[in-house]
Design a protein around this ligand. Structure first.
Ligand code: HEM
Ligand code: HEM
Length: 207
């Protein structure tokens, strides 16, 4: 967790803005947009760009936002668990060692979702997927017989490599939902345990 020796200390604006825009994009694609629709893909490309900015910031940003400040280490994570059990509240210049593991796990999931999503979507976001277009032409009204045939073709087209990518995309999304629940539980736990205003430090408002 960010060091709160100085009251009102905040993460830098890039970390705060990318955090909340990534959270909004993930929720939008998980809840609002239709899977594989053009809006889902647009949000997906936006998400990719914002994550790209945050990862670049991990190299060139201020010290506490850099990967080097919170590189995951099982040894440090175990030491942190011992601190928690002993009731010691220690200061960390960046994410605490357990939080650091969570951050990299979330980023790993996001990168998997983005890589499979972009491969499935192709380079033209406004077109939607082939699958969506087929569904559209089916519902555009052909004879009953041809609807059945096209529906079957659509199903076949989904199998093979694309079906596999879709499975990976969906599994990584489900894993991400689980990680987000753990992330929120971790934030609540750390706030109660340490009394530090960790959410305020990520607040999009203020300097
Ligand atoms: C964290 C954000 C995202 C979430 C939660 C998410 C979630 C999902 C889910 C649950 C599906 C249905 C999978 C299936 O049934 O096969 C899906 C489909 C799809 N998503 Fe995403 N997605 C996200 C990001 C992206 C991104 C970044 C892209 C591309 C830029 C993308 C492109 C697609 C495409 C093309 C499909 C249709 C796959 C198919 O036709 O089998 N998604 N998404
Ligand atoms: C879809 C939802 C969310 C995702 C994907 C997500 C992801 C992340 C990531 C990747 C980080 C690391 C930030 C960085 O270094 O760039 C982070 C940190 C953080 N998140 Fe979230 N987050 C989500 C929702 C939330 C919510 C709703 C809250 C507040 C209630 C929250 C509170 C925090 C806090 C306080 C930190 C900083 C933890 C620390 O001080 O080490 N997050 N989150």
């Amino acid at each position: 967790m960010i060091d709160h020796a100085a009251p009102g200390r905040r993460w830098d604006p890039i970390v705060r803005i990318t955090h909340w825009t990534i959270a909004i994009a993930v929720l939008a694609n998980a809840i609002v947009t239709e899977e594989g629709a053009a809006a889902h893909i647009w949000v997906g490309y936006g998400l990719a760009a914002i994550l790209g900015l945050r990862l670049l910031w991990g190299i060139v940003g201020p010290a506490e936002a850099r990967f080097s400040a919170f590189w995951p280490s099982p040894r440090k994570a175990l030491a942190h668990v011992r601190d928690i059990r002993a009731g010691n509240v220690t200061r960390h210049a960046s994410h605490n060692p357990l939080g650091a593991m969570m951050v990299f796990a979330i980023w790993g999931c996001l990168l998997t979702i983005i890589a499979t999503g972009i491969t499935l979507a192709g380079p033209v976001p406004w077109a939607g997927t082939e699958y969506q277009q087929e569904q559209h032409s089916v519902s555009a009204g052909h004879g009953r017989q041809s609807e059945v045939e096209e529906g079957e073709e659509g199903k076949e087209g989904e199998e093979g490599e694309e079906g596999m990518l879709g499975e990976i995309h969906e599994t990584a999304a489900n894993l991400l939902y689980l990680l987000i629940l753990l992330h929120l539980a971790g934030v609540v736990f750390e706030t109660r345990r340490s009394g530090k205003q960790v959410v305020m430090a990520m607040s999009p408002l203020g300097r």
